[in-house]
Design a protein around this ligand. Structure first.
Ligand SMILES: Nc1ncnc2c1ncn2[C@@H]1O[C@H](COP(=O)(O)OP(=O)(O)OC[C@H]2O[C@@H]([n+]3cccc(C(=O)O)c3)[C@H](O)[C@@H]2O)[C@@H](O)[C@H]1O
Ligand SMILES: Nc1ncnc2c1ncn2[C@@H]1O[C@H](COP(=O)(O)OP(=O)(O)OP(=O)(O)O)[C@@H](O)[C@H]1O
Ligand SMILES: NC(=O)CC[C@H](N)C(=O)O
Length: 629
């Protein structure tokens, strides 16, 4: 029996706040040591914050991380814990994204990331250089490269995030070289369903490579990329610990590393694969001996027995239903996104929403309220302001719905009519047009723009964070006004399809029983910019719109393929009608790209997103001729 206690840390870092990031990490490091953690795992780019994007091009951004790493080492020097910390380093003019091994007051090693993700939201290949098999360098007197590290408790292999996402992972050659404990410092952004993907991936790697894996993820939102924290310990395929997500702190568990070696020895497939690898010229990874530099304290650790006192019976099932898991995850992620933007920019005092009595602004308000409840539990509503701005087209029903939810949440609610200003702007527009008619669409847009202007004015003088409320589906087809409801300081639900907006509201109604939600849902969605406007009549049914969006923008199908998929999905709708929906969707989508590119920074929760930096990089000036074959 060789017991080791592994701690997984979650620290909410800010890009560029090196000193503050390390202060927060030190606090967790000390708490881990106080609870006898042998190996404490932090996240990728702990010191610099993630994603640093092109800040890595500034030599100072990278160089100035080193003194902070040294400080971390110094201030943890008396602790009996080995720490893994993500840091960027400069070496011979190139930048590397590393896992640093720190123990006994010293930086004992630096292992650079080999797989640099340059897809979706990731741009690492643009700024960082890769580590490579057999890399053996020294940086400021510290071993820097492809190494294993021997401690009195076992053989450890540090690595960085994406390294584990490849079947050709460095951990293959490192475990074949004897590594027992693979430690992955990670920054894996929240995306719907990604938590399950991580769990399965780690179980597969730990089983394929017969090792114990400790994986610790980043926490907190930076620039709309939301890290949900959490982490996993998996021993040779068996889950040992799953750290709760969306909270700062750490979780720890004891593992018996002898078990990892025993299972490895029993696994004839692993052994013969290793022999074949050696025969084919596989090169063993060298080991740095750290036993003189650090002595662990493990005599107090106890064998990890199941809390439910059975090695044979399952633990009580605490899993959430898929519906609850989806809704709670999205709501937690978006609330963290609002909160971290509000706090980390240090630019705002309150949060404001133009509240229409419709679905999108209601959901945005409820998400902001979720954040407010965390930081001001005694009076969450005091952090928020809601403004209802009626024109001649606004109904009593939406006003009543908006007022009701604001009252239920204790949020200040102000009615600011725009009718007079609308009339004035209409007349001015007529004058500018020298007598020509103001189009009906312009009439609509004037109202949306007046509301935006008022929100900006309120924001300027109050220090208010003006939340933009548009959903992804309507943005995709340009059903939003440039300079109007498309604007705001932070777009909260811009990555949420309309059908998901409705799903979340149904869930929240069930959870909270708020009358305001019920009143909003009682009325069909529509912008109230003209008489009796119903969004689904002007566009198409939202389930079909979202399906078109998924098939075209996500799956990249051509119209005939989309049509076939829609016919299978909506057999009750006539084929000819589906064809007009497909054509309409593609036309609107391709002619609305200019709108998304001027939308505010938005919170990201899925790989299919309308954000030129993070998902679809489409030209604004483009023709749809190619879609016609
Ligand atoms: N390719 C291009 N590149 C750059 N700019 C381009 C452009 N094409 C038009 N433009 C400019 O954009 C203008 C048209 O865009 P914009 O002013 O936004 O107006 P537009 O897209 O014509 O109309 C806005 C639509 O959004 C709907 N809406 C508005 C507000 C809320 C909601 C809701 O869901 O509640 C819906 C509204 O019913 C209407 O159908 C043009 O007048 C022109 O100035
Ligand atoms: N009467 C209003 N008072 C305040 N804000 C409004 C008003 N009408 C529209 N807005 C703002 O403009 C945004 C766009 O309107 P839109 O109709 O797309 O959304 P919604 O009303 O929130 O949701 P839905 O479309 O599902 O009814 C709203 O979310 C809201 O922020
Ligand atoms: N920062 C990274 O390398 C993360 C990439 C990884 N595939 C993830 O999404 O979790």
């Amino acid at each position: 029996m060789r017991l080791v206690k592994i701690g997984l840390a979650s620290v909410n870092t800010t890009v560029g706040a090196f000193g503050r990031n390390v202060d927060r990490a030190l606090d967790v490091a000390r708490r881990m040591a106080a609870e006898d953690v042998t190996v404490g795992v932090f996240q990728e780019q702990l010191i610099g914050g993630y994603p640093p994007e092109d800040l890595v091009q500034w030599q100072g951004f990278v160089e100035n991380q080193w003194p902070q790493l040294e400080r971390f080492a110094r201030e943890t020097g008396a602790l009996s814990t080995v720490f893994l910390v993500g840091v960027a380093v400069n070496h011979q003019g190139l930048r590397y994204n590393c896992a640093a091994l720190v123990a006994g007051g010293k930086i004992l090693g630096l292992v650079p990331k080999e797989k640099l993700p340059t897809y979706n939201i990731f741009y690492e290949g643009r700024t960082f250089s890769r580590g490579y098999p057999g890399m053996r360098e020294e940086l400021r007197g510290v071993p820097f490269g492809d190494f294993l590290f021997r401690f009195d408790f076992g053989l450890l292999a540090p690595e960085v995030c994406e390294d584990i996402w490849s079947p050709e992972a460095p951990l293959r050659r490192r475990t074949y070289s004897g590594a027992e404990l693979v430690v992955n410092v990670s920054a894996s952004p929240f995306r719907v369903g990604h938590g399950d993907t991580r769990r399965e991936l780690l179980a597969t790697r730990a089983s394929d490579h017969q090792c114990t894996i400790a994986y610790s993820n980043a926490l907190g939102s930076n620039d709309g990329i939301i890290f949900d924290g959490g982490g996993f310990i998996n021993q040779n395929g068996k889950p040992v610990l799953e750290e709760p997500r969306f909270q700062e702190g750490f979780a720890a568990a004891v593992v018996d590393l002898d078990r990892t070696l025993r299972l490895r020895a029993e696994n004839t497939t692993w052994r013969s694969d290793r022999e074949a690898w050696l025969r084919e010229g596989g090169k063993l990874v060298p080991t740095i001996d750290c036993t003189a530099a650090f002595t662990s304290r493990r005599e107090m650790l106890r064998y990890p027995v199941p809390a439910h006192r059975s090695f044979f019976l399952p633990a009580p099932d605490t899993r959430r239903s898929p519906r609850e898991a989806l809704c709670e995850d999205i709501l937690d992620a978006l609330a963290l996104g609002i909160g971290d933007y509000f706090e980390k920019t240090r630019a705002f005092k309150v949060i404001g929403i133009a509240l229409s009595g419709g679905r999108d602004s209601l959901l945005t308000l409820l998400i902001a309220y979720r954040y407010a409840k965390r930081v001001r539990p005694e009076n969450p509503g005091s952090l928020l302001r809601a403004f209802y701005m009626p024109s001649r087209y606004s109904s009593d029903a939406t006003r009543e719905a908006a007022e009701t939810i604001a009252r239920e949440l204790g949020v200040s609610f102000q009615v600011v009519p725009i009718e007079e200003a609308f009339e004035r702007e209409l007349n001015i527009a007529r004058t500018m047009l020298a007598g020509a008619e103001v189009t009906p669409i312009t009439e609509q847009n004037i109202q949306a723009r007046l509301r935006a202007q008022r929100m900006w004015n309120w924001s300027n003088s109050s220090g208010g964070l003006f939340l933009q409320t548009g959903n992804m589906s309507e943005r995709a087809v340009g059903y939003t006004t440039t300079g109007g409801d498309l604007m705001g300081a932070l777009a909260v639900i811009a990555n949420v399809p309309k059908t998901v907006v409705m799903y979340l509201l149904d869930y929240l109604l069930e959870q909270t029983g708020y009358e305001g939600i019920r009143k909003v849902l009682a009325k069909p969605a529509g912008p109230e910019l003209a008489h009796n406007q119903v969004g689904e009549e002007e566009l198409m049914p939202f389930p079909i719109l979202d399906a078109c969006f998924y098939l075209f923008a996500g799956e990249k199908l051509v119209p005939s393929e989309m049509q076939a998929a829609l016919e299978a999905m909506f057999p009750e709708v006539e084929g000819a009608r589906l064809r007009t929906y497909v054509e309409k969707f593609i036309r609107l989508f391709l002619q609305s790209i200019y709108k998304w590119v001027q939308a505010p920074l938005s919170l990201h929760i899925g790989n299919l997103d309308l954000d030129r930096e993070r998902a679809l990089q489409l030209p604004v000036v483009t023709s749809s001729d190619w879609t016609k074959g």
